[in-house]
Design a binder for this molecule. Structure first.
Ligand SMILES: NC(=O)c1ccc[n+]([C@@H]2O[C@H](COP(=O)([O-])OP(=O)(O)OC[C@H]3O[C@@H](n4cnc5c(N)ncnc54)[C@H](OP(=O)(O)O)[C@@H]3O)[C@@H](O)[C@H]2O)c1
Length: 213
């Protein structure tokens, strides 16, 4: 549960779950938060806990193991990139079950394990507004995440909050993804981390925190 002292410094240590906390973005967010909080990372094959966000059963088991947490961040999830002419329903559905439903299920199941003023921070992406070539599936998924967050913020009980961080192409991913996104500005990792901190340690609710340059 967040709290501050009279000099404005952050005092209360939170128990924070980061699903995808071993990935490119997640490991940097985890390292920053770990200096002030208890951080538990989870991934499909790596992390303190293993979870597959495409499985409700796996998500439920993870939350049962953790008991109550103060914040749940998700930096896991992928969707299909490929030729529009040959893309089919199966290609699209795989991403829906992963990045979209995976994150939605973290909220639907995880809200029962979140402290009364805890927070969710999901990850969408710049493709929601500026899709790259071959990126219509991911654009749709990211837009869905953003819309879910706007609506879920109105529904969560008590003082629970939810936000989405929407990253642009992060500088650490230039080698891996740069060729797929010609003309995209590279986002400094420090600025992206700040968006996650704003969501977890701040008071914002129902926001799409865009970090595109
Ligand atoms: N990197 C960018 O420039 C960028 C830009 C815009 C948006 N984004 C979005 O930001 C998010 C994180 O991106 P990233 O580049 O940091 O990804 P990444 O480096 O590929 O890391 C993915 C993380 O998610 C975990 N993971 C993958 N599938 C999972 C599953 N089914 N269940 C649970 N955990 C799973 C991985 O753990 P294992 O390795 O153990 O599987 C890993 O910790 C993604 O949603 C991505 O679309 C990234």
């Amino acid at each position: 549960m967040p709290g501050s002292s009279s000099d404005g410094t952050f005092t209360t240590k939170m128990k924070i779950l980061i699903v995808g906390g071993t990935g490119t973005i997640g490991k940097k967010v985890a390292a920053n938060l770990a200096s002030r909080h208890e951080v538990i990372t989870a991934g499909r094959t790596t992390g303190d806990l293993t979870v597959d966000i495409t499985s409700e059963e796996s998500i439920r088991y993870m939350f049962e193991t953790l008991n109550v947490i103060d914040a749940c961040i998700c930096t896991a999830g992928t969707g299909y990139y490929g030729d529009f002419e040959t893309m089919n329903a199966q290609d699209i559905n795989t991403g829906i079950q992963n990045k979209l439903m995976g994150q939605i299920n973290l909220v639907l199941i995880g809200k029962n394990y979140l402290s009364h003023d805890g927070s969710f921070t999901l990850t969408s992406g710049i493709a929601a507004e500026h899709p790259a070539r071959n990126g219509s599936c991911v654009a749709m998924i990211n837009g869905g995440i953003n819309s879910f967050v706007l609506a879920a913020a109105q529904e969560l009980k008590g003082d629970k909050r939810i936000n989405a961080v929407s990253p642009g192409l992060v500088e650490d991913s230039r080698e891996r993804y740069g060729a797929m996104f010609p003309g995209y500005n590279l986002v400094p990792m420090g600025k992206l981390i700040n968006a996650y901190l704003l969501s977890v340690e701040g008071a914002v609710n129902g926001k799409i925190l865009k970090v595109y340059s």
